[in-house]
Every structure is written in structure tokens, then in C-alpha cells.
Design a protein. Structure first.
Length: 544
């Protein structure tokens, strides 16, 4: 049966076509020798500045923060780690009553995975635990405390209070701020705190904010701009290769029912790791995400239940020999899926790491089983209880698959124990999945009801508890908030159970969802803010 066959009533989803088409085929930028030399020279200068700034001083804190927010901290991992460990070790001696400095130190230390007690903020509160009203005159301090409060874990009442206090006051004063650079910074922070911001998106925005700050370091700014543009060229080349792969598959024509979102998938992964050393992993992971997206749309937006039975079966068996058991339009999809994993295996075999692919396949099969479970429920007109639904929905949102698969192509050593740990749904992965599922279901609720999709967590909750839509939204919004607290907790108390870089991948997956699903489904409808973000990250260089 051909995709366009008229003899079956197909629920075409009518997604808008690709915004980018094959745009990046024309991009073959070369990084010049001069750029390489300049970047290296600046890098050594900044390294010296970082090392020579007095330990624990405000100057050092501000320099580390700027380096991180400008997106160049990946060059100075060891220097920053040493400094923050020293700051943490000396934190008992730091008697400071400057709200800006105390909050900045607290945030930098926690971001690095060290547990600093939130009691450091008690000095800024009254007997009743409320923050002192006199602090409202210190905008820089309020902003710093606001950013720190976004690293809270469960039951940190003082940081809950700090978040409410700073949000209320910053919202009320932001429109009257005369300092434009600070006004932009506060506006951006209220939209998305540093903790939830994707490194590349944050760097691009912060370059302009920092440039307009009179106290900025000229050398650091110049280095950040140069480095951004050099990395952008690398990313454009990767997208060029991926676009060629996508064009050769011709899925824009073969699967017209699916969202054509290659560049958006690449952006997703760029959010999770942007550094040059993750180039292979990014390309692999973009292909995997793209395939998962097509399979999702095949289940959700096109195939009949009778076609999904063999489709699920063949993916579970992972056997190309029985591809003829599929309807003709599904065969290219299955073939492409198998090819992606075969390519992954061949690449990793050269490094003696092909055994990792087992975990990637394990997670893809598990994801497809979750899609199939939803198809079974829909076919049977069954609305599950919340707990049953959520157990499946945390798998079907894709983040368990993504968190595991994002580790497959990276150079770092990863033990079998770490892979076993991650496929067993640890708290941090569950938390990121809850954030993904909660934000996606709240944003997509109305649309999915109209399209007759499987009942979302919102619907299941309303039915089981007789709750209103508003109450269901409130409940899942609270789940998302708690998900962030759990992620924060899992990234603390070093040494952590698995390497920090493994946990950070999961953190950034959560940041992608916060970026794409805040007010809209930015992936499905990618003509708006996502198009602008892609443009600023992957098309427009920074003006030097």
C-alpha cells in the first residue's frame, strides 16, 4: 500500500513543512588558520587571568561566572574545577554580607556539584524567615539570589522564600530600570534562569548583555565572540553532512505525514553537548532523534493499529530479514532505523566500543514498546489510571532513550555499570522525563484532544479524580517544579554515583524541554521562537 493510497481514511496531522529544507547543504565553512591562532592566543591569556585572580575573591567569582555564561568555560575545565573546589573548601571562613557575592558563590559552588548549605542566606532574613525589605534596593543582589534559588532541592524553605521574594520584586521593578543592560538581564532571567538555559542559547544572549555592561572584560568578550563563530562553523559543517543524509533518504516525500524537523533535532542535541569533542556523538544522536520522531509520528499520526502490530514486532526482533512483513510505506523507515544503528556500530567498532550499541537498541525497543502500548489503549478506547499511564508515559516521552543513547558516541570512558545504572531509570532520568512529559502534556493538551490521541496525563488525572483542567495543570506544573529540584539534588554531593558528565547530559535534556515547551510546542510548530534561536546559533555569526 502506498502512503498516498486513498483507500484508507488516514488521520493526517497536517504538520507544517520544514522551515529549513536543505538550506545547510550550501554551508561548507572552513575554520581559517588565523582563527585557530587567535583563539589559542586568547585562550592562554584568559587561562592566566583565571589562575592569577586571587582565590575566593569577588574578582575570581565574577570571572568564572562570565566565562561560563559566555560559553567558553569548556576550555578551562581544570582551572575552574580547582578554583571552585578551593572556594568550597574555604566557604566556612567566608564571612560576607554582600547579597550579590554570597548568592553568586552559592550558585557557582552548587553548579559544580558541591553541596553548600542554604543557611548562608539566613543573615538576609528577619526573625520570621522573610527576606529583609531593605534588600529590594539592591537589584544586582536580588538577581543573583533569584539565580541561586533555582538550584534548590526539595524542602529548602529559605530558597523557596528567596524565589518568591526575588521574582515578585524583580517583576515589579524591571520596567523601571534605567540601566538597559541590567534591564535586559533581568528580563531574560525571569523568562529562563541560568539553571534552565541551554549553554549555546545562553552564550549568544549573554555576549550582547555582557558587551553592554560597562565593567566587562574586553579580552574575554573578544575571545567569546571568536570562539562562538569558530564553533558555529563546526556546527554548520555537521549540519551540512546531516542534511545530505536526510536528503538522500527522501523522507520529506516518503513520509509526508511526519514532522520534517532535521535541523530542529540537531538544535536539540546541540543543547545537550556543543563542544568540538562531541562532534561524532552529535551526528549520531541527531539521526537517532530524527528516526524516533518519524516512528512517533507513524504511531501517532498515520498508521492503523493493524499496521502497528508488525511494525512494533519487527523493531523488537531487530531483524531486517523480515522487512517484507511490513506495509510498503513502513519499509524505508525500518531500513533507515537499522542503518543508523549499523553505522553507529561500525564507527564504534574502530574504537573497541561497539558493545555500547546494545544499550542504544535496548532503549529504542523500549521506547517503541511504550508507543505501542499507547496504540493498544487507543484502539481499545481505554483510559488508564494515572499511575499506569505515567509509568508508560515516562518512557514514551523519549528521554530515557535519549539520555542513554547520548552516551553511546562520546569519547569518555563509560563503564558497563554506568550503562546499567542509566537503563534502570535512575531518579535524575525519571525527573527529566517528568519535566518533559508534564510540559509537553500541558502545552499539547487541547490540540491532542481535538486530534483524538491517546489520553494524556491531564485527561487521565481529570477522569480518575474528577478534577478540573485547571487543577490537572496545577498538579503537573508542580510535578515539573519538583522534577527540577530532584535534578538539582542528583547533581550534588560529589563524588556522584556516576561521572558528572553523564549527569550533565540529563540536565541539558531537561533544559531543552524548558526552552522548547515553555509557551508552545516549539518542535512541532517550529516557525516561531525556535526558528529565531536556530538562526542566531547556526546561521548568523556574532559581529566582532
Amino acid at each position: 500500500m502506498d502512503v498516498s493510497s486513498p483507500n484508507k481514511c488516514r488521520p493526517l496531522a497536517n504538520y507544517h513543512p520544514s522551515v529549513w529544507g536543505y538550506h545547510f547543504l550550501s554551508y561548507t565553512p572552513e575554520i581559517t588558520n588565523q582563527e585557530k591562532v587567535e583563539v589559542d592566543e586568547y585562550k592562554e591569556t584568559i587561562r592566566k587571568m583565571l589562575v592569577e585572580a586571587p582565590e575566593g575573591s569577588q574578582q575570581k567569582l565574577v570571572l568564572i561566572d562570565a566565562t561560563q555564561r559566555l560559553g567558553v568555560a569548556y576550555h578551562f575545565v581544570n582551572e575552574i574545577e580547582t578554583s571552585i573546589q578551593n572556594i568550597f573548601d574555604a566557604s566556612q571562613q567566608n564571612i560576607d554580607d554582600n547579597l550579590y557575592v554570597v548568592s553568586l558563590r552559592f550558585r557557582l559552588v552548587r553548579q559544580q556539584g558541591y553541596y553548600m548549605s542554604s543557611d548562608v542566606f539566613k543573615q538576609f532574613t528577619n526573625q520570621d524567615g522573610k527576606f529583609k525589605e531593605t534588600l529590594t534596593n539592591d537589584v544586582q543582589g536580588l538577581l543573583s539570589l533569584y539565580e541561586a534559588s533555582n538550584l534548590r532541592v526539595r524542602d529548602e524553605e529559605i530558597l523557596e522564600e528567596a524565589l518568591t521574594f526575588t521574582t515578585t520584586h524583580l517583576e515589579s521593578i524591571v520596567s523601571n530600570l534605567s540601566n538597559n543592560s541590567l534591564k535586559v538581564e533581568v528580563t531574560e532571567a525571569l523568562k529562563q534562569p541560568i539553571r534552565k538555559t541551554l549553554p549555546r542559547v545562553g552564550a549568544r544572549k549573554y555576549i550582547s548583555i555582557y558587551e553592554n555592561n560597562d565593567a566587562h572584560n574586553h579580552l574575554l568578550l573578544k575571545f567569546a565572540k571568536l570562539d562562538f563563530n569558530v564553533l558555529q562553523k563546526l556546527h554548520q559543517r555537521e549540519l551540512n553532512e546531516l542534511t545530505r543524509w536526510w536528503k538522500d533518504l527522501d523522507f520529506a516525500n516518503k513520509t509526508p505525514y511526519a514532522r520534517d524537523r532535521l535541523v530542529e533535532c540537531y538544535f536539540w542535541i546541540l543543547g545537550v553537548y556543543f563542544e568540538p569533542k562531541y562532534s561524532h556523538a552529535r551526528k549520531m544522536m541527531t539521526k537517532v532523534l530524527k528516526m524516533a520522531s518519524i516512528i512517533d509520528d507513524t504511531f501517532d499520526a498515520y498508521a492503523t493499529y493493524d499496521e502497528l502490530v508488525p511494525f512494533n514486532d519487527i523493531i523488537q526482533r531487530w531483524d531486517i530479514g523480515v522487512i517484507d512483513s511490513l506495509p510498503p510505506y513502513m519499509r524505508p523507515v525500518y531500513q533507515a532505523l537499522v542503518d543508523v544503528y549499523n553505522e553507529m556500530e561500525q564507527l564504534l567498532a574502530k574504537e573497541g566500543k561497539s558493545d555500547r550499541v546494545y544499550y542504544a537498541k535496548y532503549e529504542m525497543k523500549k521506547l517503541v514498546r511504550a508507543y505501542f502500548k499507547e496504540a493498544q489503549w487507543l484502539d481499545a478506547h481505554y483510559i488508564p489510571k494515572c499511575e499506569e499511564h505515567m509509568k508508560n508515559a515516562l518512557v514514551s516521552c523519549g528521554y530515557m532513550m535519549a539520555a542513554t543513547t547520548s552516551l553511546i558516541g562520546i569519547d569518555e570512558f563509560i563503564s558497563t555499570q554506568t550503562f546499567e545504572w542509566i537503563i534502570n531509570e535512575p531518579l535524575i532520568v525519571r525527573a527529566a522525563s517528568i519535566i518533559n512529559r508534564g510540559m509537553d502534556d500541558i502545552i499539547g493538551h487541547e490540540d491532542e484532544q481535538q486530534r483524538g490521541h491517546v489520553a494524556s496525563s491531564i485527561e487521565c488525572y481529570m477522569k480518575e479524580y474528577g478534577a478540573s483542567k485547571h487543577n490537572a495543570y496545577t498538579k503537573y506544573h508542580k510535578e515539573v517544579v519538583n522534577g527540577w529540584k530532584d535534578i538539582n539534588k542528583e547533581l550534588l554531593f560529589r563524588p556522584t554515583e556516576v561521572p558528572m558528565f553523564v549527569l550533565e547530559r540529563v540536565l541539558y535534556f531537561a533544559c531543552v524541554i524548558d526552552t522548547l515547551y515553555k509557551e508552545e510546542d516549539g518542535y512541532t510548530d517550529s516557525k516561531g521562537k525556535l526558528k529565531n534561536m536556530i538562526n542566531s546559533l547556526l546561521v548568523e555569526p556574532v559581529k566582532i
